[in-house]
Design a binder for this molecule. Structure first.
Ligand SMILES: Cc1cc2nc3c(=O)[nH]c(=O)nc-3n(C[C@H](O)[C@H](O)[C@H](O)COP(=O)(O)OP(=O)(O)OC[C@H]3O[C@@H](n4cnc5c(N)ncnc54)[C@H](O)[C@@H]3O)c2cc1C
Length: 393
């Protein structure tokens, strides 16, 4: 088929990657890349490292042009049967194929936490997801050079933000639900090492949840469950992970389930695909899972675009999508590094103690790697991902 029309919803990691691949490999296809109204395609990883840190203005985090036609008009909904998009402006568009790459949204604190909404409105409680969030944290802390920041969360983003804010001279207290924050995301071995890096730098309240929040004119105060301890700060940042964000009819918290080639399971014959933080995958022998890392989203966007070209009769079958991309974060002068999706694993093996490299297995299949200061080792081991290792102990 020539002159097919393809719509891509979301101009982030996955969407721009898909657009670039289609533009390069099949220039005869008409591709429209939809960004939110008024939003430029941006590199979200620079919200913390660039904008929050004051090194970049949001405009400087703009992604390069993909060659596809960029439409700044939020997609309000789509009809999966007819592949018709409804746009914020009131316009509609029809497509031969669609890639949904609308990413994720930040998980908020539970709404039954007393004082949550007042704190959010005051600006003393914020998420850290959008460029606006990064600028809000930067601006609020700019007027108080040695602020007390309460960081709620224990994942990679929370660790990196705690480290960056400490480097900037702020006093960061960590508040996490788990006793070993991040263990679910990166495995217990790497998470314990990250905690060892945090301990000399931060007060840490672990194994606790916020029970109530009070916003004062000059500070925010969070009461923790269990002990009833009150922790005060100038600003509180919630980094409790993400939920998938899709246009209607998939606006709920469940994301878009995809098959092994990233075709939407909701509309298997409609040429609708999903990639990146919005896509929910199924690993053989495991339950469903979702990855929200930059390089992996880029890989998914390219994979969905290749499947689309195959379904249009323009390319070979790209095969099964398996997560193998690396990810990393700087934490107090060290590099937390990994590849694949550690939570797929049911057992771990320490490959190297120093630098730490942990292999995560599902049965005897290597599904992920995590480590500290082990970038080279991770790179060497990536080719073994998703292969069975019959000789492992
Ligand atoms: C602060 C922060 C720092 C991070 N740092 C790292 C890091 O260092 N390394 C790493 O690997 N990962 C990092 N991540 C995660 C990484 O940024 C995401 O996994 C990645 O951006 C996901 O790619 P995506 O394409 O699925 O979503 P996004 O890149 O978020 O792109 C989705 C785009 O779709 C748009 N959109 C949503 N709905 C619609 C709609 N209805 N119509 C039109 N457009 C829409 C969104 O506004 C957004 O621009 C970080 C995340 C955050 C929040």
């Amino acid at each position: 088929m020539s002159a097919a029309r393809v719509g891509i919803i979301g101009a982030g990691a996955a969407g721009t990657s898909a657009a670039r691949l289609l533009h390069t490999q099949a220039p005869e296809i008409e591709v429209e890349l939809f960004a939110r109204t008024g939003e430029k395609p941006a590199n979200r990883t620079l919200v913390t490292k660039g904008v929050m840190s004051g090194l970049l203005e949001p405009d400087q985090a703009t992604l390069p042009d993909t060659g596809a036609s960029l439409v700044s008009d939020t997609v309000r909904g789509l009809d999966p049967r007819t592949r018709e998009l409804r746009l914020d402006s009131g316009a509609t568009r029809m497509f031969d194929a669609l890639i949904i790459a609308s990413g994720s949204r930040p998980r908020l604190l539970d709404e039954d936490i007393l004082g949550r909404d007042e704190a959010l409105h005051s600006g003393r409680l914020t998420t850290l997801h959008s460029m606006a969030d990064g600028a809000r944290v930067r601006d609020r802390l700019a007027s108080r050079p040695a602020s007390r920041v309460l960081l709620l969360g224990g994942g990679i983003l929370a660790s990196e933000a705690a480290s960056l804010l400490t480097d900037a001279g702020h006093d960061v207290a960590l508040i996490a639900r788990s006793l070993v924050p991040g263990a679910n995301a990166i495995g217990a071995h790497a998470a314990r090492r990250v905690l060892d890096l945090h301990h000399p730098q931060h007060a840490a309240y672990l194994g606790v949840n916020p029970r109530a929040i009070r916003t004062h004119p000059d500070r925010i105060s969070i009461t923790l469950d269990r002990s009833g301890t009150k922790v005060d700060g100038d600003l509180a940042i919630v980094a409790h992970g993400t939920l998938p964000a899709a246009p209607a009819p998939w606006t709920g918290p469940d994301g878009i389930p995809v098959d092994s080639r990233l075709r939407s399971m909701h509309a298997p014959r409609q040429r609708i695909y999903a990639a990146g933080g919005v896509a929910v995958h199924h690993y053989p022998g495991h339950s469903s899972y979702r990855i929200d890392h930059w390089d992996d989203s880029v890989a998914q966007g390219a994979h969905a675009a290749k499947t689309l070209l195959h379904d249009l009769g323009l390319d070979d079958d790209p095969g099964i999508y398996l997560p193998s991309s690396p990810f990393s974060a700087r934490v107090h002068g060290h590099t937390l590094v990994g590849a694949g999706y550690p939570a797929l694993g049911s057992s771990t093996q320490i490959v190297s103690a120093d630098p730490l490299l942990t292999a995560h297995y599902l049965g005897d299949t290597l599904v992920a790697l995590t480590g500290i200061d082990a970038t080279g080792l991770v790179r060497d081991w990536i080719p073994r991902l998703h292969r069975r290792a019959p000789t492992r102990p």
